[in-house]
Design a protein around this ligand. Structure first.
Ligand code: NAD
Ligand code: ZN
Length: 358
């Protein structure tokens, strides 16, 4: 089966397969990559593992000896403790420099297993098998890492996968809130790339359940292509990769101030996307009909006004500390029009006024 997409990276090209039930053909599809390797360690979390680990292990077993590591589910797993546990497991099971890691799960597993692969014996290859909608974003681009008690994703490495194998059928066990969260990244990719993609999403997806159909493969492929085009141009994030933060400056601040868990990542990002449009309007860069954009997003169940209950002062303080901001000046991605993102410093006064809907 031909790959759905091929991505260029500094460590060579890698294939992406997107398709229903392809987890069961993992060994076959990855045959060339597995050839000459010593062992595979499949890393997953308890939820994903209980549904898919047996099948995926069986898919690799004819090709290589298979070891497995099952971590707790959730963001807390991106910790030093779990990272060390993984390394211990790998050493105990005799993984060597010819071994290969498979990350079977959402963005959490992709990030920690990828980081483990990046650092185990100074780096061994890994494969992404994303199982959440959000992970169509996180599994491509080579960013891996864990959290530090003082900040999310503060420890990490760029390490490109050897392949991405995306079984769209695994998504069917995802709860709706995870579909909604992941779909926000697709919406983001559409707005920063082209109007036709935005129109397509609006037409095809009028409720979250519309995603749970055959059309998901095409939508995912398009969305991954947008991310791929950007990271191919700017693998180490010195320029255009920053556009992927569209909606994330306020989004991250909301997540932090509401307490992680109060909203999903994607819900916060959607609020951030609308905010960025409002700021672009306020700076007279654009003429977004924000109410009309908001209408579709509301119908999809995004709580577009949730930030209004939060302290604007605290949101602004958090935005000033964002990785993209510097010297206390807020820098964010603005969107003069679909497909034309830009990064700019925005005066605090403007942010204040837009937050207050003035
Ligand atoms: N590396 C990157 O470029 C990048 C980009 C964006 C986000 N991220 C990271 O991704 C993480 C979030 O990823 P996520 O939203 O996928 O979270 P996640 O991996 O925690 O998955 C969300 C929940 O869904 C469960 N789950 C996963 N697949 C399932 C399935 N098929 N069926 C049923 N349940 C399933 C998980 O067990 C978990 O409870 C964050 O840590 C974020 O920092 C990384
Ligand atoms: Zn995001």
């Amino acid at each position: 089966m031909e790959p759905t997409l091929t991505i260029r990276s500094s460590s060579g090209e890698y294939p992406i397969w997107v398709g229903a039930n392809i987890r069961k053909q993992a060994g076959m599809l990855l045959k060339d990559i597995l050839s000459g390797k010593s062992k595979v360690l499949i890393v997953t979390d308890r939820k994903v593992g209980s549904a898919y680990l047996t099948e995926v292990s069986e898919a690799f077993a004819p090709f290589l000896p298979v070891e497995t590591a099952v971590l707790p589910a959730g963001e807390e797993t991106k910790s030093f403790t779990q990272y060390e546990n993984l390394l211990t497991k790998a050493l105990e099971k005799g993984l060597d420099r010819q071994s290969i890691i498979v990350a079977l799960g959402g963005g959490v597993i992709g990030d920690i297993a990828g980081f483990m692969a990046a650092t185990y014996m100074r780096g061994i290859p890994f494969i992404q098998m994303p199982t959440t909608l959000l992970a169509h974003d996180s599994s491509v681009g080579g960013k891996t890492g864990i959290n530090h008690p003082l900040g999310k994703n503060m420890v990490g490495a760029f390490h490109q996968p050897k392949a991405v194998l995306y079984d769209t059928n695994t998504l069917l066990t995802l709860p709706d809130e995870e579909w909604r969260s992941g779909f926000a990244e697709m919406i983001k990719h559409a707005y920063i790339s082209n109007q036709e993609f935005v129109e397509l999403l609006k037409k095809k997806v009028q409720s979250i359940s519309d995603l749970k159909s055959d059309q998901i493969k095409d939508l995912l492929t398009r969305s991954i292509q947008v991310k791929a085009d950007i990271v191919q141009d700017d693998e180490k994030e010195s320029g255009v990769r920053g556009y992927l933060n569209f909606g994330h400056t306020l989004g991250h601040a909301i997540e932090k101030n509401i307490g992680y868990g109060g909203l999903t990542h994607g819900e916060a990002v959607v609020i951030g996307i609308l905010f960025s449009m409002k700021v672009s309007n306020a700076l007279q860069l654009s003429a977004w009909d924000v109410e009309s954009e908001e209408k579709w997003l509301k119908e999809l169940g995004y709580p577009v006004n949730k930030h209004k209950d939060l302290s604007h002062k605290e949101l602004i303080e958090t935005m000033k500390k964002d990785k993209k901001s510097s010297k206390g000046q807020i820098r964010m991605v603005l969107l003069p029009e679909t497909g034309k993102p830009m990064i700019a410093a925005v005066e605090e006064k403007v942010i204040q006024n837009v937050l207050a809907d003035k």
